[in-house]
Design a protein around this ligand. Structure first.
Ligand code: SF4
Ligand code: SF4
Length: 239
């Protein structure tokens, strides 16, 4: 059956009329920032402190676009008589985002939670060589990683958070104990100082008056002068 002339135009106008009244979904980027979902794969952030240079991410990356350099350092023993340990120190960590295909394997395989997805996406470059980003830039992106969603009510506390909480509680208890010990030591020291100051203090009070029996006899205050004994026999040598 031959189509009715003008039916296509009518259909097109109907679609236009239907969508004219709907809310627009166009994002006005770059005038307005888009509202991205929390698990957006924008760029990879590196939390350097967690990285042990195990090289797992670089080995598992299908594009071989993670570059890591490191050297070994000897750490002195924690306790006297202990053994020295050696540890890897990170020298370079870079990702070439011109090769990266945003598969997320490196983030999944990292056993120490050192790599995270950040929703940051504004890092376009005009030169492809500038898309290799070094550890400082990856660290900057780390601070744009959104916080993980809250746990479901009644969910078991994650092992990492429980371990961190216990360490923080232990540290706070040790600090409180050492503060109490130093306070009691300071109190004992000040008490000892006060005691020694009492012992060396010079005698400032006036000396006690001697008893009346020890006072020199003047004959005035204690009554009349006794009469000389005229009947006393003079001793030898007396005139
Ligand atoms: S996201 Fe995939 S391709 Fe990109 S660096 Fe990680 S493992 Fe390599
Ligand atoms: S897998 Fe994680 S810990 Fe190992 S080198 Fe990569 S980022 Fe560092």
């Amino acid at each position: 059956m031959a189509p009715i002339p003008g039916s296509g135009l009518a259909k097109g106008l109907a679609v236009t009329l239907r969508t004219m009244t709907r809310k627009t979904v166009t994002e006005q980027y770059p005038d307005a920032q888009p509202e991205l979902p929390p698990r957006t794969r924008g760029v990879i952030g590196l939390f350097e402190e967690n990285c042990t240079v195990c090289m797992l991410c670089a080995r598992e990356c299908p594009d071989w676009c993670i570059y890591i350099d490191s050297h070994k350092e000897t750490v002195p023993p924690a306790a006297p008589g202990g053994r020295e340990r050696s540890r890897n120190v990170l020298d370079r960590f870079a990702i070439d985002f011109s090769l990266c295909m945003y598969c997320g394997i490196c983030i999944e395989v990292c056993p120490f939670d050192a790599l995270f997805w950040s929703p940051e996406f504004e890092y376009a470059e005009t030169d492809i060589r500038d898309l290799t980003h070094e550890r400082d830039k990856l660290r900057e992106w780390m601070w744009t990683v959104p916080a993980p969603p809250a746990l479901d009510p009644g969910a078991e506390e994650p092992k990492e958070i429980a371990a961190a909480r216990k360490s923080a509680e232990k540290l706070a208890a040790a600090q409180a104990e050492s503060a109490a010990q130093s306070e009691s030591a300071a109190q004992a020291e000040s008490a000892a100082q006060a005691e020694s100051a009492d012992q060396v203090q010079p005698q400032t009070e006036p000396a006690a008056e001697p008893p009346s029996s020890a006072r020199p006899h003047t004959g005035t205050a204690a009554g009349p002068e006794p009469e000389p004994d005229t009947n006393r026999k003079p001793q030898e040598g007396e005139s």
